[in-house]
Design a protein around this ligand. Structure first.
Ligand code: BTX
Length: 319
């Protein structure tokens, strides 16, 4: 609720604040202050309450917090609504169903997915409260062919957010993954509703493994942020979400106004596919090649074993 979000903001000032002072500042009753604090505690926030001093936020909760996300969306210049759910088959499916309910841009987040999906209908492991499972619904006024470019901007936003928040060095594995130390920490997938060559809506699903989980150990090349972080460093999901939103909004803004060349150098510096032999699979065909460059349209330029130059798009790549 609104007052819960306001109270969280006041508590984040890092000092004791009395119930009366919060009530005064927000123009609500002390009873509703108290109710909101109780609700925040139930969501996992550790709030100490000391008589004559007031309340103070000790530590953010482990898992991504609904109220914190609501605050981000409330202040967002891009997204107008958040649908936060406990469990769904896939946030992509929910987002598609909601396209007619909300006009503008919105997000769907779930704590768990029973049928999270990757590209080509592969499975995306989405154990409860272990990762971020989010679908961004955007309505850029762009031609269908721009979706490749969209993915390039989004990948940079995600990778930078991980690095900034956790002091890690993640890399972009073209076209759809983020890796840390040669293991996949994030996958994203962009689906589109279009009419002819015009995009009506973009539904971009992002899955980020935040905490360790048994479901990830069974996958050959999966990792989580927790697994890659230096021991003893705190994992603050609230700060991560803040950085992620800021970067997604920033790079989405750049995507709307600028060609890929505006971020090309930055993107290339974060890419992990150059100077390596790669196995590239494209619609049934598979070949070994070395990636040379990425062009303005987001096509990968590679040279195969026979020295032939080829351009690939949306392929599967094995490092
Ligand atoms: P992808 O097809 O590139 O990756 C799927 C492959 O990655 C699987 O075949 C499996 O080998 C491996 N994998 C499965 N789960 C995980 C995991 N949690 N971590 C690392 N590797 C894994 C990438 O597809 C796109 C994934 C998008 C997921 C988001 S979550 C929110 C939204 N809703 C939804 O249903 N999908 C998207």
């Amino acid at each position: 609720s609104k007052s819960k979000q306001d109270i969280l903001r006041l508590l984040k000032n890092d000092e004791y604040i009395s119930g009366q002072s919060m009530a005064d500042q927000l123009g609500i009753s002390r009873t509703s202050v108290w109710k909101s604090i109780k609700a925040l505690k139930a969501e996992g926030y550790q709030i100490t309450s000391v008589p004559n001093k007031g309340h103070r936020l000790i530590a953010p909760p482990g898992y991504i917090n609904q109220t914190a996300l609501e605050v981000l969306v409330e202040h967002s210049e891009v997204f107008g609504h958040i649908e936060y759910l406990q469990t769904v088959d896939s946030t992509q499916n929910i987002a598609f169903k909601m396209l007619d309910t909300y006009d503008g841009a919105f997000i769907v987040v779930s704590e768990e997915q029973t049928k999270g999906r990757g590209r080509f209908n592969r499975n995306w492991a989405s154990p409860k409260q272990r990762g971020l499972y989010i679908s961004l619904v955007l309505r850029p006024n762009v031609p269908l062919t721009d979706i490749i470019r969209f993915n390039l901007f989004i990948s940079l936003a995600i990778s930078k957010s991980i690095d900034e928040t956790f002091n890690l060095s993640s890399g972009i594995k073209w076209p759809n993954d983020i890796y840390i130390n040669n293991k996949k920490v994030c996958g994203f997938l962009t689906e589109v509703v279009s009419e002819g060559n015009a995009v009506n809506a973009v539904v971009c699903g992002i899955g980020i493994n935040i905490f360790n989980d048994a479901a990830l150990s069974s996958l050959p090349r999966a990792t989580s942020i927790e697994a890659e972080m230096a021991e003893g460093e705190g994992l603050d999901t609230d700060i991560f979400m803040k950085h992620l939103f800021r970067n997604l909004e920033h790079y989405y803004g750049l995507f709307l106004k600028h060609p890929f060349t505006a971020i090309r150098d930055e993107w290339k510096a974060k890419s992990i596919i150059f100077d390596k032999y790669l196995k590239i699979s494209e619609t049934g065909d598979s070949f070994m090649a070395r990636a040379l460059d990425i062009d303005e349209g987001g096509f990968l330029e590679v040279v195969d074993e026979n020295g032939r130059l080829r351009r690939v798009i949306s392929a599967d790549i094995e490092l």
